[in-house]
Design a protein around this ligand. Sequence first.
Ligand SMILES: [Zn+2]
Length: 359
Amino acid sequence: MDKYFAADFAEARVKFLKAAEVADVPLWQFDHPLTGPSGEALGTDIVWLGAQDARNIVVAGSATHGIEGFCGSGCQTGFLTENWKSRLEAGTALVLVHANNPHGFAHQRRVNEDNIDLNRNFIDFDAETPDSPGYADLHPALVPEAWDGPVREAADAVIDAYKAREGLPAFQQVTSRGQYTFPNGLFFGGTGPSWSRLTIEGFARAHLAQAERIAVVDFHTGLGPRGYGEVIGRGGPGDPQYERTVAWYGPDVKSAAVGNSASVRLSGTIDFGYRRACPHAEQTAITLEFGTLPLEEVHAAIRADNWLYAIGGAETSPHFKSIKAQMRAAFYGEDSQWKKDIWARGQDIVEKALNGVGG
Ligand SMILES: [Zn+2]
């Protein structure tokens, strides 16, 4: 099982493609215009398990948040290697989208090539962009001009004072709900559809148009208890999508709308892309969120990585290595037990999605 998980994007891609070849499944490849840290090609690879005219479809995606892709990629390679194709009921298909954000995965960043948080990018850019009250006040402290010395100390003091005054949940809410006004800031949603969004919506329009029911299972890491996979649904009690989510996955489903989730309420998550592309399908979307380190450590890594590229000169910075190590620890469990937990829960959830969507 350890062998499903990779050490970097290039290895993850090779494992996935190799497993796809052995499983003999249809494959679509979308080349990304940029390259990885060693000059390697980047791309999103999509495979289809089951009948191509299936009406009930589970889409299991990885790496919406780049570096978080180690987790979902491992499970996707596992589904191919353990021949999940043979388990599917007639009329049900499993579509694996390998690396929604390949650039972030390869460069071990959460964001994409444009500093966009992909899970804030699927909004309607023709309408007014969502407000992000409170973010502007914190932005200068979140993105300090220097990482050492008095400038950094002053910035940290602002953040500590904010947390002490407003509480950690308020800090998480204000910084991570998504903002559309500071392109070099944290949790930036973009000013238009990203390469990844255009790729995913294009694929969905071309190949999922016949779907009557779509279940989206998007693999993430970095929130909640270590190794545990929290199912984060959409909406709340009374909302048909939420009720289906509870019926399929069980009573421990969480939702930001209910207020019991490790995540804050978001607009522009990836499921809105599938909804836009397939407006006639009944959709049941979840984020499957696996814990790694405590929230404040994860947030500190995100802030450091954002600083590294916004101000610090990326690869040329003396902080490059340590910040990359910080990011990896924040988003990849690496140890065998973590991988075992991820693989067990990943199988359980995707099986439930297949049963649910198949009725
Ligand atoms: Zn994520």
